[in-house]
Ligand binder design. Structure first.
Ligand SMILES: [Zn+2]
Length: 127
């Protein structure tokens, strides 16, 4: 877990100055972002991140490598992986909707008992 936090801190240090260095996705996607950052930093060690967020249940990763064709392919591959990964816990998941909210999550996290319903408590955990 410590390793993952170190990796996330490294990613946060990569944000462009005028943007908030905030990884706005659930912890289930953190490993995807770490892998993505590693791949992108091989192409351009000095690339800058603008925004990492979830939109309509999908991962969005905006960075200075957006105009690089290979980088765009790497990002879209990671977004596809996120489409099938629970944003809450990292297990295999799919897109679900609830009261106009979209989540990609697994069966457990989309159960009525889950705090995910309606977004209540969705990101109130330790990330
Ligand atoms: Zn889950």
């Amino acid at each position: 877990m410590q390793k993952m936090n170190d990796d996330l801190e490294k990613i946060k240090s990569r944000f462009a100055e005028e943007y908030q260095s905030f990884i706005d996705v659930g912890k289930g996607w953190h490993q995807i972002i770490i892998n993505l950052d590693k791949a992108l930093s091989k192409l351009d060690p000095n690339y800058k991140i603008y925004q990492i967020k979830e939109k309509f249940g999908g991962l969005r990763y905006y960075c200075s490598s957006d105009n690089n064709k290979l980088a765009r392919e790497i990002i879209s591959e990671a977004e596809k992986v996120a489409d099938k990964t629970c944003e809450n816990c990292g297990k295999s998941g799919k897109l679900v909707t609830n009261n106009g909210w979209y989540y990609t999550c697994c069966v457990d996290c989309s159960s009525p008992e889950s705090k995910l319903a309606g977004g209540i408590g969705f990101r109130s955990d330790d990330n």
